[in-house]
Design a protein. Sequence first.
Length: 71
Amino acid sequence: MTAKELAEGVRFVVDGHGQVTNVVLTLAAWQQLIDRIEDADDRRLLEELAPKLANGPGGAVRWSEVEGDWA
């Protein structure tokens, strides 16, 4: 789903003064948003671990170090 398609699933709730008070998402838009957040978090984690991974087996990452991120 593109950003444009995601935005099509968004509705705004406006009060009597014309101020946006809430945002309503379709279920599909909500799931897509969650997926994108999780992907961004995974990329951040990989960038954080890249120096350790680049060191090869000597710089191996122990499961105990990342278990909380993947469990």
